[in-house]
Design a protein around this ligand. Sequence first.
Ligand SMILES: Nc1ncnc2c1ncn2[C@@H]1O[C@H](COP(=O)(O)OP(=O)(O)OP(=O)(O)O)[C@@H](O)[C@H]1O
Length: 458
Amino acid sequence: MTASASMEISLQNPQDAQMSEPNDVVPEESALSAPTLPEEKFLVSVEVCLKPLSTARIEDVRLAVEKMLEKRSLSYIDGPIPVPPEDSFLTENVERIHICDTDEWVQNNDILLFWQVKPDVHVFQLSEEGPCEELSGDGQLSTFNEWILPAKEFDGMWESLIYEPGLKKRLLRYAATALLFTEKGVNPFLVSWNRVVLLHGPPGTGKTSLCKALAQKLSIRFNSRYPQCQLVEVNAHSLFSKWFSESGKLVAKLFQKIQEMVEEENNLVFVLIDEVESLAAARKAALSGSEPSDSMRVVNALLTQIDKLKSSPNVIILTTSNITAAIDIAFIDRADIKAYVGPPTLQARYEILTSCLQELVRTRILASFQDYDQFMLPSYTSLKEKINMPEGQEAQTLQLCRQLLETAEACEGLSGRSLRKLPFLAHAALSNPYSCDPNKFLCTMIETAKRERSEITD
Ligand SMILES: Nc1ncnc2c1ncn2[C@@H]1O[C@H](COP(=O)(O)OP(=O)(O)OP(=O)(O)O)[C@@H](O)[C@H]1O
């Protein structure tokens, strides 16, 4: 991602900006009264997903979207923008258009206006092929899964993962810089960097999902440089199955395949190794004699192959570990980015639960007192402001949010994975699941959260 914007540029009139509707057309006067264009603009990513059957050329769609954006005086805020119904080319080919990552440039829910923005349009089509699995010698476990990116399975994953502000942005920027340095041919002897990411932290905090979502995001953002992109998920556990004699061959086969992908310079390849500590553990066990020496050979072969792969410019190695202490493996020792992914903060818990509730309203499982399609709970930051204001029309929504906040507080210590399961458990615990009133549902959710927490602390 190239950041052409200068950080000095700020909203000239933030109050006006806040008053305009998100991603809506700014009234004509404000368009006319736009100040002279600043020399540098904020580069804002606009992701355009093509319909599955569209055969339009990516370049044609990109130009059409750029033109459409130029014509409309949009205010830029993260979220969808409607495809204009009068544009038959776009309506025929485009499934959705999304503005992303404006928070890179503005804070406190400020809005960027069209004259401050240079849209960076990325057009993509999701692959519907699904994972291609390779079974290990015993025919039971698969040694790796391979996806063509961007894949339908990972659509929306990035947005669904909620962390403290900055983590996702940092990861995206890091990977983008690494790819940019590679693309520009920066001499690694003069400036050194690598393309190894390690996410570590407790189980269920979304590390694996974050790796997959990051790969998906990068495949979209870099598709003009790398029109093809694959994700290979190596199942380290299965490589150390009981058939050790087979494992050596499996590693060789796996890396031969990855090597073939990498040789094609228009391919961007992500290699995901989950629970990377299992490699170090297997080696240690082999050294102590509690594992067959074959396992040592396999681990070493794997490590050597990964080390070799690291030097290829179009490979990003993504690793995860549940162990926070240092892991004794050379190739991640020097990982440029080691990010700790911890249990969700109160804000993240509130946002995760909000997204769950929204989904249950969207699917009509929860009754809504508003129009189902318009049902929108406030974000954590805007809730903090609203909660102290006198109750008006929004009294019911605010009451719901207070309960949601209480639930989020009751969930301290629960992982993101447990949080995403909570609405399901609460629904199953309802006395009358067929008349699902949101207030009653949230009361049950608080009780369920308390029960879940007591189970971890027991
Ligand atoms: N911060 C989060 N925001 C939203 N959802 C989350 C978060 N953390 C976890 N989840 C949910 O939990 C699911 C499981 O996460 P995932 O398997 O990626 O975690 P992990 O850290 O890799 O776990 P493990 O180490 O046990 O494999 C995710 O698909 C997601 O639905």
